[in-house]
Design a binder for this molecule. Sequence first.
Ligand code: GLU
Length: 388
Amino acid sequence: MHLIKSPAEPSAKSLKERSQIPATRRWVVKVGSALLTADGKGIDNVAIAGWVKQIAALRAVGVEVVLVSSGAVAEGMSRLGWAERPTSIHDLQAAAAVGQMGLVQTWESCFQEHGLHTAQILLTHDDLSDRKRYLNSRSALLSLLALGVVPVVNENDTVVTDEIRFGDNDTLGALVTNLVEAEVLVILTDQKGMFDSDPRGNSEAKLISQARAFDRSLEGMASGTSGGLGRGGMATKVKAAQLAARSGAATVIVGGRERAVLERVFAAEDLGTLLVADKALFAARKQWLAGHLQMRGELVLDDGAVRALRDETVSLLPVGVAAVSGAFSRGEMVLCVDSKGERVACGLVNYDSSESKRIVGVASSEIETLLGYVDEPELIHRDNMVVY
Ligand code: GLU
């Protein structure tokens, strides 16, 4: 096994070769439910032992690995003898609680064979949208890596409902990639990679070897459906790659059943689909902001404000906002759209929704007259905003 690229080399910009995955020091490896549970038949010990052996080999050459393991619901269903994924949220939560036991037991005992410890990290969206908890999770994960432990992350499915969840573990994997500043996100899936059309319905479908994460044409190619055991389809994997690209990470979507898959990806073999980061990196705080998945409200901006946000480094003032919708508190995340409803930016708002409605379209000097006080002259400060 050899390094994809020596850490001293600068990261390359063109897409010609696989060797352009950035210098690898830290990986996040996400394993999907269908793979982990042999398509729902129960935990696939042999497959897991295979990935563990490869991760141990990566660790031995100095690559730190965080695992994002799906499969709690799928394994819970299998243990409880349920043939179909339950629709009731409480049944899903129960299945996840049962299945998570099996998952961590298996990862831990397989890693023990290689003298490595694992640690269970269960996260919710709130853990990553609260700045303090975000930084706490980051410190804990980095400490575990420094101790040589392999963190095994999953969503804390037992305490979340649909409204407050990450949605799927591809997204969670990308957010963890941002969190620990990993250079590579590997998404192990039950397909060979990403195809230019759905291979389940089209035998002519071609595997995409390499593309830019933000290439618009990918979004049209990726189907949104998953196999039913987990939650993510190819569309969520492309979105995850885009999220991971915000911290400069490359994403590899690859068949988890390929022989020695991780070692071959590490050796820069042309396997699966490599989606490279092709946009300027976000600073750490902006990555955290961009990782917020739930918008509490929407601000419709006038054309002047849209231009100013896109062309200059300015904050959003009330005068540039034409309309406000949603119910949000001060400090919550809102989406800013243009008059056609296209996304322009998102950010943490300085006034709650009823205050915002009263001050839209007016000069900041009027805020005090209208509200009786003034907290800040801007509705969203530039430091608290991400422009798409
Ligand atoms: N967290 C879910 C589980 O462990 C999986 C979500 C997904 O498949 O993306 O069952």
